[in-house]
Design a protein around this ligand. Sequence first.
Ligand code: UD1
Length: 416
Amino acid sequence: MARYVINGGNRLEGNIRIKGAKNSALALLSASILTQESVVLRDCPDISDIGNMLSILGGLGCKCSFDCGTITVDSSTLDGAEIENNTAKKIRSSVFLLGAMLSRCKKAKIAYPGGCNIGLRPIDIHIDGLRKLGVEIVETQDALECDATHAHSAYMRLKIPSVGATENLIMASVFLHGKTVIDNCAREPEIVDLQNMLVAMGAKVSGVEDGRAVIEGVESLHGVDYTVLPDRIVAGTYLIAAAMCQGEITLENVRRRHLEALTAKLADNTCNITYKDDRITLYSNGVSTNPPLLSTGYYPDFPTDLQSQFLAMMTIGKGKCVIEENLFEDRFKAANELRLMGADIVVRGKRAFVNGVGRLNGTTVKACDLRGGAALVLAGLVARGTTIVEDIYHIDRGYEDMAPILRSLGADIKRI
Ligand code: UD1
């Protein structure tokens, strides 16, 4: 099993370019089957979640190629709408294909999804929304069997602004006659990216950025050549790394607005942050006083996908910090591993109480989920001595070339 070996203590310095966002690319790949024509997606990250999604699409009969960040999907050969158990368990996004499969094929069968190990992750909002659209759904023990033969446009209000459900329901509605409204929809930048690509394909979708998606059905969609939105979570991870390592780094290809929840916290923590065009530069004097509270929330609040990395940063700060995780029930797994490195963290329910210890010590730790794994790498970069991070297949789901990128910034990290 691959692992990272990190000798901590190096300062990070240099420039890196951020690639397209995993969570955008996954949704856009789902949307690629809404047309019989070719869809070209540029700047896609080469990560295992994308590889698995391409296998799912291949399994449905699509012809896909992935070359130097550009994915081409030709779904004119799509010959089924059934995702079986082994495939669906590998990647949660298989459930996001449901809406698109129903739009394209009317009937679909999908095994219950897998994905990151961070909590219950139910799909009731997806199912309720599809039922509001007139989709008949039979829930068997291990699969959902759906029939959209009598589907129709509808008004609905989501009880929680779920990212996946919003994406699914938009894709399920693009061909439905009349107007579908999804109130209280998620407005994460990745969903706005989906909206933008669908519009470029000829769909009539608007309002996602305001939390109220309006979809007017069209007859068909055409092919598109589209560049994926930059990954704000990968960008945020490297900014936190530089903040921890007293670094000075510039990230190219970022959107300032998408990083604001994080950069506001980093600026409070004595980091100097400047922007120029699509670039952000962070200069850090080291982590100082911890903020008393950090709460995760829906966009534009602090993203849950950066919570573990921020937790790692707080362990080396001065003073106490409470981190409140409001989206997922089981997203403090990294805390147990950080404790092995000397961190002082007590987890009670949805709160982690962190008492900054100034310095961590290298040891062997295990990545338990994607972002928690990244947090352990960040901890290793500042720890005294050698840190070994095991089970890095979790990290491979969402970070392309993490070790070479960090090495280019001066870190001592090897993948073995
Ligand atoms: C997506 C992102 C993930 C991110 C999350 C929140 C992708 C591939 N993944 O995941 O990286 O952490 O958004 O920003 O884009 N919920 C229900 N019922 C449902 C659906 C969700 O109760 O049917 C709850 C979840 O348990 C969770 C909350 O809603 O508490 C948010 O989940 P959701 O926005 O759906 O996250 P994902 O789409 O799975």
